[in-house]
Design a protein around this ligand. Structure first.
Ligand SMILES: Nc1ncnc2c1ncn2[C@@H]1O[C@H](COP(=O)(O)OP(=O)(O)OP(=O)(O)O)[C@@H](O)[C@H]1O
Ligand SMILES: [Mg+2]
Length: 211
């Protein structure tokens, strides 16, 4: 049995990750692959508890370092108990965010040292890296407008991280772009400001990198 492929989607809030993840899942199932979707943080009992902690609106929010360690704890559990066993069974795993989000948010966004993140993240993942990462890149205004519409349509409100200011989101976008430049063989940058169908077309053409 061939090992499954591991594909991750990255990008800021409202860039269209969840939309494209669903399309890829349907497409791969149609092609006859067994597919597992995961989201970060989440996907195991412990990781979902951590997700709730990270999203908790509280007067005593996690400091930058505990935020990092919580994300890594959730990832370690997900990799060890879910992602790695699935890949070994030949399942294709598609994740809505993974390690690059840690570098973008906690590294470029919050300013934690990238060299430490590198070591700590590799430890949490036991060295697992995606076979392909799709970076959905969109201007901040485009993403904000989508978030506004989504919140209106679903009657929800922005969470703690989504509420961070424009300067933070600009650092994030820049951080994701640095990551793509540093890992051109793994990370494909896709213009996410286009229509869902156009973005999907571009995602599809990037899948060729896997063969
Ligand atoms: N290419 C697109 N053009 C216009 N609207 C889009 C596009 N892709 C997604 N949307 C819409 O924008 C909103 C955000 O998309 P989506 O939830 O997929 O983004 P996301 O990257 O998963 O966001 P988050 O990081 O908050 O989970 C949704 O309401 C979705 O229907
Ligand atoms: Mg999403």
């Amino acid at each position: 049995m061939a090992r499954g492929k591991f594909i991750t989607f990255e990008g800021g809030e409202g860039s269209g990750k969840s939309t494209q993840v669903k399309r890829l899942e349907e497409f791969l199932r149609g092609e006859g692959y067994e597919v597992l979707l995961t989201r970060e943080p989440g996907g195991t009992r412990l990781s979902e508890l951590v997700r709730a902690l990270l999203k908790d609106e509280h007067e005593d929010p996690p400091c930058d370092r505990s935020e990092l360690l919580l994300f890594l704890a959730a990832r370690a559990q997900l990799v060890r108990n879910v992602i790695r066993p699935a890949l070994e069974r030949g399942v294709w795993v598609v994740s809505d965010r993974f390690s690059d989000s840690t570098f973008a948010y906690q590294g470029y966004g919050r300013g934690l040292p990238l060299d430490f993140l590198e070591v700590a993240n590799a430890f949490a993942c036991e060295g697992l890296t995606p076979d392909l990462t799709i970076l959905l890149d969109a201007p901040i205004e485009v993403a904000r407008e989508r978030m506004r519409r989504r919140e209106a349509a679903t009657n929800t409100s922005a969470d703690r991280i989504e509420l961070a200011g424009d300067a933070f989101h600009a650092r994030l976008r820049e951080g994701f772009c640095f990551l793509a430049q540093a890992n051109p063989e793994r990370i494909a940058v896709v213009d996410a400001s286009k229509s869902p169908d156009e973005v999907w077309g571009e995602v599809c053409s990037q899948l060729k990198r896997l063969s």
